[in-house]
Design a protein around this ligand. Sequence first.
Ligand code: ZN
Length: 290
Amino acid sequence: MKSLVCALFTFSLLMTGCSQYEHRISKKSSSNEFTGNYVGSVPLKLYTFNCGNIEVSNFDAFSSSGDYAGQGGKLVNTCYLIRHPEGDLIWDLGLPHSLVGSEPQVDGIFTVSLKSPLTDLLEEIDLKVADIEFMSISHSHFDHTGQASLFSDVEWLVHEDELEHMFSTDESKAQNIAFVGLNKTIFSENYDVFGDGSVVILEMPGHTPGHTVLQVNLFESGPVLLTGDLYHRAESRKLQRVPRFNTNESQTRGSMIAFERLATELGARVVIQHEAIDVSRLPKPPGFLK
Ligand SMILES: [Zn+2]
């Protein structure tokens, strides 16, 4: 499939070969188009990987209301693989793989550690990084982009506002250098990854300008919503808390309202990607949700 895509774009790019292309989706799609009464009919598999652990010495930064001041605690950090008959999608890229084999690193309020890189985790289910066709991140914070350099031959599905944000300053350009050479599909609003409504990236901006969540319509388990960092903990969902490190609080609150409406409509299982309780209820590889 990859070679076919490459061939098509090589044709259109003529002399530039297939080293890099951009595919811009101009069609605007409402979320209802994808999420109405869709019942999963594609035999998808959803794998959950441990992409690091984060200890937080003070959760004050996680609530603009000021009610988390002085609280410490832990966050899990997760990446996901969705296997579809037409291809594989990696969702979020975890903490930097350079952390593997080193002592936990302290950076401000965060102490971060990583046991295994995605290459090893994929190998456990007999996959190589080179087998993965598509990659997308919920947003561009360091704990979701850390292993981008492992995916040099993947098509990056990116919301146009996040793309702009990631390359808006010299500092952010340097941070995101691993994304520079990737083939890209750039979309606005929502993006139906395989064109059949089974896996849909939904814009839920505010935490960052192009923050997204992922809807996966599983055949047996039903619809699953992966939150990105719309919420960091079960408590922040329950209390509707917005972090201080957030691009636009009113936009985030709007996304929370849209998300909750959708979750209710779908009767979806919500997975808060940093919440240990949610993650502990998911199968560990080689197990998967189907
Ligand atoms: Zn995060």
